[in-house]
Design a protein around this ligand. Structure first.
Ligand code: ADP
Ligand code: MG
Length: 423
């Protein structure tokens, strides 16, 4: 078979140089600075965010870099390596949500949308800006290239427009960042028209290096959970399946809808209100309901409640202060495996490419493996001994060739720093 291909993260210096060079070339001037924001992977806690549950993302070393210069007027000019021939020009006074005359095209929506949302949240009026994007977050791979764009824009505007919300990377202002997260979510939902929950933006803005972020999606509160993989000679290997199945958007909405209907039948605002101890009683109530798809509601509810419980238990394991080895490592791996099976059988959001990646990784010695992100394609993660990374990646490449799938790509998911300023 062919060799595994790894997508490297740019070093901070490489990111600064690439974004600055593009800015100079496009605008013939020096930027005020270069800001960045990371993509993310979720360790566990999938399809829990819109149910008010727990998620556990880490920030990737793969980042969107934005070289930006404030303007004195209300114009926004944007350029990326793919659009360097034709700079996009927007007017802060004319842009508006998707479906309105002010609708903004393609990736411009994620950048200009943040400025728009900050103004709607009462933080304006802002100035216009020129910006050059250089990102090494794989696009559309379930690793939140979209949130990386939004959050890089948010910290840049926070800085050049002196909003005073983000703090610095070393001394972040978490409450201020939570407010910036709201603007980023609004940009994604309203300007880009993607009805996603808030996990991606919280991860990019509020993670810490060497930690996972326990995010309580009910109230947005966070706990920074030590996750020092290197100390245990472990690697969190990301497998980008490169698969994207066309049903994604409709299916995402259908899952949200099923959860809302189940919660209504159970008389709770959110499925996170069902404790594991009362799950069986809740499932009996759903079965006895008049819903024509009662068994589907049972399965979806079982996933959500057990997934929140798995997340809570994985966090407890990471927080006990002992090294991530032996029986504890086996338990963490088993929770990841169980998460995947629940997403495959009860939530029905995996796909052949995700299932094959997970099976091949486990068979080649991964301690645990699961899909991550929304599903139907995107990426999987495998927790592997660092010495075994190549063997596991090879096994996945071979399994993909056997199944006739296009070759996957791999990333090393080192828990990294949140959005901030580079120079
Ligand atoms: P994900 O966030 O999982 O990568 P999304 O579908 O949410 O996938 O976001 C992908 C979209 O984000 C792209 O279609 C594009 O509009 C925008 N985007 C992200 N990164 C870039 C980039 N480097 N250049 C241009 N557009 C980008
Ligand atoms: Mg996204």
């Amino acid at each position: 078979g062919s060799e595994p291909v790894f997508s490297p993260a740019l070093s901070p210096q490489e990111g600064v140089e690439a974004a600055t060079d593009l800015f100079r070339e496009a605008f013939g001037a020096e930027p005020d600075g270069v800001w960045y924001a990371p993509g993310r992977v979720n360790v566990i806690g999938e399809h829990t965010d819109y149910n008010g549950g727990l998620a556990l993302p880490i920030a990737l070393p793969h980042r969107a870099h934005l070289a930006l210069r404030r303007r004195d007027d209300r114009t926004i000019r944007l350029v990326s390596p793919q659009t360097r021939e034709a700079i996009d020009v927007l007017d802060l006074d004319a842009i508006g949500p998707t479906g309105t005359p002010g609708e903004v095209r393609h990736w411009n929506a994620y950048v200009a949308g943040v400025a728009w949302a900050l103004e709607r949240d009462g933080l304006g009026p802002l100035r216009g800006f020129d910006a050059a994007l250089y990102s090494c977050v794989p696009l559309g791979g379930g690793l939140s290239s979209s949130a990386a764009l939004e959050c890089a824009t948010a910290v840049a505007l926070d800085d050049v427009c002196t909003l005073g919300l983000a703090g610095t990377v070393d001394t972040p202002d978490d409450a201020g960042r939570a407010r910036l997260v709201e603007a980023c979510i609004r940009a994604e939902n309203e300007m880009a028209g993607a009805p996603t929950g808030g996990m991606d933006q919280s991860a990019s803005m509020r993670c810490r290096a060497g930690h996972a972020l326990e995010l309580d999606c009910r109230d947005g509160s966070v706990v920074h959970v030590p996750f020092d993989l290197a100390a245990a000679d472990l690697t969190l290997l990301v497998i980008d399946t490169k698969a994207k199945h066309s049903l994604v958007d409709g299916q995402y909405g259908a899952r949200r809808d099923a959860c809302e209907r189940a919660a209504e039948i159970l008389g709770v605002p959110l499925l996170a209100d069902i404790e594991p101890g009362s799950l069986e009683a809740a499932l009996a109530t759903l079965r006895a309901s008049k819903a024509t798809d009662a068994e589907v509601l049972v399965a979806r509810t079982r996933h959500v409640v057990t997934e929140i419980d798995r997340t809570r238990r994985l966090v407890a394991l990471l927080q006990d202060g002992t090294p991530l080895t032996g029986e504890k490592l086996a338990q963490v791996g088993a929770l990841m495996d169980a998460s995947h099976e629940s997403l495959r059988v009860d939530y029905e959001v995996t796909c052949p490419e995700l299932d094959v990646a997970v099976q091949a990784a486990r068979a080649a010695g991964a301690h645990g493996a699961r899909m991550t992100g929304g599903g139907f394609g995107g990426s999987a993660i495998a927790l592997v001994d660092t010495a075994a990374v190549d063997a596991v990646a090879r096994a996945v490449v071979d399994a993909y060739a056997d199944h006739g799938f296009a070759a996957p790509a791999f990333l090393n998911a080192v828990p990294s720093a949140p959005a901030g300023r580079l120079v």
